[in-house]
Design a protein around this ligand. Structure first.
Ligand code: UDP
Length: 479
């Protein structure tokens, strides 16, 4: 449906254009999607409807004013919902949505009431991992824009699997793990997500294929990154998408968490424990290691114990997030800390179930971040200029860690190449990371330089991200 719009996004009929957004129901996907919604709502005057699954729904009490929220069933069988495997969950959700038609029905009803209210829907902005949603939108003639919640480098990597197989990088051979992937520097074979190593190879390939298709079939690609951070990766991605004959535009509009005014609690699936901020207030500047392993992938029980005793043995003050479900096989329960751990770290270590992470990273007492290298965490750390000690677990995390260690040099990898963590080596690595002497100067200078670049891209008017937001609004209004 063609709608004539004024410059400010108001339709000539006096109503506004509406966008529908559909995140994947994981913390690292919900937050950037709601932040994007907020940015487009404020900057583009766009009315917002958020489709969400009933499971992991954003807290009704903390929802942003003026947004409509529409629940859809995720249709996930209970056994899949209880599993540790995010890929199985994503596939089950898509399959159930295809079968039930629930997304199509929800979209049809939103389109109808939006038309009645003179707020015609411009597009569906959806997570790349939701091909079922794209299919439902296409059936209703609604264009889609995809949000990539990973870096531009990972977005590019996910579009390179045919090449990686053709050139023999994959399936990865044990003796080739250190081989540089010369088409995707600085990646090595060990950094690639290898479907053949996944317990269910077919599922892993399906996810990659779905991701490829949703991007190719979209009217726009939004990436939570900024131009100065990933200049060559964004250029390569634009060239690659251009060469396929589509006119898919790429918008680098990060760091979204800083651009958006949305309260972190509005998108948090867990209650944040603010007591750690008062604890940080009592610590010396730059002295504390903040440690968090993200919200999705669990660690094995023995590894969890090595992390605990490594932190304890380092002698460094630390704030450690031990979330429910962090230990594999324990369901959503609180992991038991090893016997004697709390006594050993009394006064020096603080453990919380969930931290206000952005506030913690921005706190002057935090001098380093032990991270699983999730993309949101990486970007939040880049923005605050906090150096990273990276121990990636899964998916795109090894890619982010490699960029930190080798391209941006604002951090180091923890026990790289060693499959199992060991407490003595962890303790030593933490000490070397937090007090690296002259060797650490470059890392801290790089972290500071990236912090400045991240601030600069957000400058109103001239910053690359602000310009990209305006272009994205124009693009949405043109759909
Ligand atoms: N996070 C948080 N408090 C915590 C741990 C994590 O608020 O105690 C947030 C963090 O700020 C980030 C998100 O959870 O925005 C995790 O996303 P990321 O992409 O880093 O990792 P994932 O959880 O998807 O593996």
């Amino acid at each position: 449906m063609a709608v004539v719009v004024d410059d400010d996004g108001l339709t000539r009929g006096g109503g506004r254009r509406r966008i529908v957004l559909f995140p994947l129901p994981f913390q690292g996907h919900i937050s950037p999607m709601l932040q994007l919604a907020d940015v487009l709502h404020r900057r583009g005057h766009l009315a917002v409807t958020v489709l969400h699954t009933a499971r992991n729904a954003p807290d009704p009490a903390a929802r942003p004013d003026g947004f409509d929220f529409v629940p859809v069933p995720d249709g996930m069988p209970a056994a899949v919902a209880a599993s540790d495997d995010p890929l199985e969950k994503i596939l089950a959700m898509n399959a159930a949505m295809d079968t039930s038609g629930c997304v199509r029905d929800a979209l049809a009803s939103i389109l109808l009431s939006a038309t009645e209210e003179q707020q015609p829907v411009s597009c569906l902005i959806m997570d790349t991992a939701l091909p079922a949603a794209q299919k439902a939108a296409a059936a209703l003639g609604l264009p889609t824009v995809v949000l990539h919640t990973v870096s531009a480098a990972s977005t590019r990597l996910y579009r390179s699997y045919a090449m990686l197989h053709d050139k023999g990088y994959l399936p990865a051979q044990e003796q080739e793990l250190n081989r540089p992937v010369k088409e995707l520097p600085p990646l090595r074979v060990s950094d690639l997500f290898d479907p053949s190593k996944h317990p269910d190879q077919e599922s892993a390939n399906k996810i990659l294929d779905g991701n490829f298709r949703t991007t190719s079939n979209s009217a726009g690609v939004v990436i939570n990154t900024f131009e100065a951070l990933e200049t060559p990766e964004l250029a390569a991605l634009r060239a690659e998408l251009g060469s396929t004959g589509t006119s898919t535009k790429v918008f680098a509009i990060g760091p979204l968490h800083e651009l958006s005014a949305i309260d972190a609690a509005a998108s948090s699936l867990q209650e944040q424990d603010g007591s750690c901020i008062s604890w940080l207030d009592t610590q010396a500047p730059g002295s504390v290691l903040y440690a968090s392993l993200g919200s999705v992938i669990p660690v094995q029980k023995d590894e969890f114990a090595e992390v605990a005793w490594g932190l304890a043995g380092s002698g460094v003050p630390f704030l450690w997030v031990v979330r429910r479900g962090l230990v594999a096989g324990g369901g959503e329960s609180d992991p038991d800390l090893p016997d004697g751990f709390e006594r050993a770290v009394e006064g020096r270590g603080k453990v919380v179930r969930w931290a206000p992470q952005r506030e913690a990273l921005a706190h002057g007492a935090v001098g380093g971040f032990w991270t699983h290298s999730g993309w949101n965490s990486t970007l939040e750390s880049v923005h605050e200029g906090v150096p990273m000690l990276c121990r990636p677990l899964f998916g795109d995390q090894p890619v982010n860690a490699r960029y930190v260690g080798e391209a941006w040099k604002n951090g180091v990898l923890l026990m790289e190449g060693e499959k199992k963590l060991e407490r003595g080596k962890i303790a030593q690595a933490i000490r070397a990371f937090m007090d690296p002497g002259e060797k650490g100067d470059e890392m801290r200078e790089r972290a500071e330089e990236l912090r400045r670049q991240s601030a600069a891209c957000l400058e109103p008017g001239g910053g690359s991200t602000c310009r990209a937001v305006d272009e994205l609004v124009d693009h949405i209004l043109s759909l």
